[in-house]
Design a protein around this ligand. Structure first.
Ligand SMILES: NC(=O)c1ccc[n+]([C@@H]2O[C@H](COP(=O)([O-])OP(=O)(O)OC[C@H]3O[C@@H](n4cnc5c(N)ncnc54)[C@H](O)[C@@H]3O)[C@@H](O)[C@H]2O)c1
Length: 352
């Protein structure tokens, strides 16, 4: 069986994660690396793969079957569009773009070039979340009424030595909370409006260190999300779910979904409901769903291969990436204005 040839554009922190998973896989192979940095060139040499200063040369010379775009946010749409123009499917790191307008260009490009885009919201590929979605779809929770997510952790002071991380846009709403917003969209449904407050009281930088938001979902459910990079806390998906070894694992939960018939906590997938009488004086049962383990980055790459082969459609499309970005930007907007921010689909897309 021939291996699917993937190129990686941008070999920084997350690009190396993808490269590592490609190199360890049995059915994928690295077609080349494009990254103008010296570190990128050194990495390509150490792996004995072709290195390119310019990603366009990589696309035209190596002719990969798929490309992973793992460059800074502002470059995602231009690079991905160049892939699509050549008929090369793209896995684009999150956020799909810097702005909703840019993301819209990508949605249009995908339609124009009839080539698929997968956005790298990797948590969707975690078997825990796939199982949670099945539990919800099978109606075990009844109608969802509320969902809550915690994303609280302590970033080291040195993290803020880099200037952009102290400025507007460089904070935990766009960098971290976006993952939780996407997870809630994946599990609960579309978000239609957001109210929020943000604070920089602890670190005192221009950017927020803490934010709280209230979400309204299209299906009528309500949600709350809390994010802070200045709190000492174990309550965040990265710690609880054990997706990445650089975060010591904590045996607590970070996400909670309540429906009319039951509740689900994550990542432990414990299902709470009533067996007999159903009211707050009755005994509740706690059902432990079988453990679901798997490296979401590996699962995401296997899904990308299936998207390239045409056997699966993207689990996180360009439009999904746009809607998640839009809801996340709405948290920032609502916090800045003190007004509720709506997340309606841009008119041009609702007509497509
Ligand atoms: N899904 C996740 O878990 C996750 C985690 C971290 C970062 N990210 C996302 O991945 C992207 C990259 O983040 P990072 O932390 O790896 O950043 P990084 O700064 O570590 O790496 C970016 C790399 O891109 C290279 N680059 C810049 N412009 C380029 C171009 N035009 N062509 C080729 N290479 C170019 C840089 O030289 C650098 O090596 C961001 O969008 C970020 O939000 C996702």
């Amino acid at each position: 069986m021939s291996k699917t040839r993937l190129a990686v554009i941008g070999a920084g922190v997350i690009g190396r994660t993808h490269i590592d998973r490609i190199c360890r896989s049995g059915n994928l192979t690295l077609a080349g690396i494009a990254d103008p940095s010296e570190a990128g060139q050194v990495l390509a040499r150490s792996l004995n793969v072709a290195w390119f200063n310019d990603y366009r040369s990589l696309l035209d010379t190596a002719k990969p079957q798929g490309a992973i775009v793992a460059t800074p946010n502002a470059t995602h749409v231009e690079i991905a569009t160049d892939c699509l123009r050549r008929g090369i499917p793209a896995l684009i790191e999150k956020p799909v773009a810097d702005t909703v307008a840019e993301a819209q260009h990508l949605v249009s490009a995908q339609a124009q070039f009839r080539t698929p885009v997968l956005v790298g919201h990797h948590r969707r590929h975690n078997p825990i979340n796939r199982r949670a979605r099945d539990i919800l779809r099978d109606g075990h929770l009844g109608r969802v009424v509320a969902a809550s997510a915690f994303a609280m952790f302590l970033k080291p002071d040195a993290y803020f030595d880099v200037e952009w991380r102290r400025q507007a846009g460089g904070g935990p709403i766009l960098i971290n909370l976006i993952h939780d917003i996407d997870m809630l969209r994946f599990l609960v449904g579309e978000i239609v409006s957001v109210q929020a407050v943000a604070s920089n009281a602890v670190r005192g930088f221009e950017v927020e260190d803490t934010a709280a938001a209230v979400l309204r979902f299209a299906n009528g459910a309500l949600g709350t999300v809390m994010v802070s990079d200045a709190g000492t806390s174990p309550w965040c998906w990265d710690f609880c779910a054990g997706e990445q070894i650089q975060y010591p694992r904590q045996n607590v939960q970070s996400h909670f979904i309540t429906g009319t018939q039951g509740s689900l906590s994550l990542p432990d997938l414990a299902l709470w409901n009533y067996r007999g009488e159903r009211h707050w004086h009755a005994e509740m049962t706690r059902e432990q769903t079988a453990g679901h383990q798997g490296d979401p980055y590996e699962c995401q790459l296997q899904h990308f291969k299936a998207v390239i082969d045409g056997s699966e459609t993207p689990l996180c499309s360009a439009l999904d990436g746009l809607r998640t970005l839009q809801a996340t930007l709405a948290v920032r907007e609502a916090a800045a204005t003190g007004q509720s921010a709506s997340c309606t689909l841009p008119a041009i897309l609702s007509m497509e």
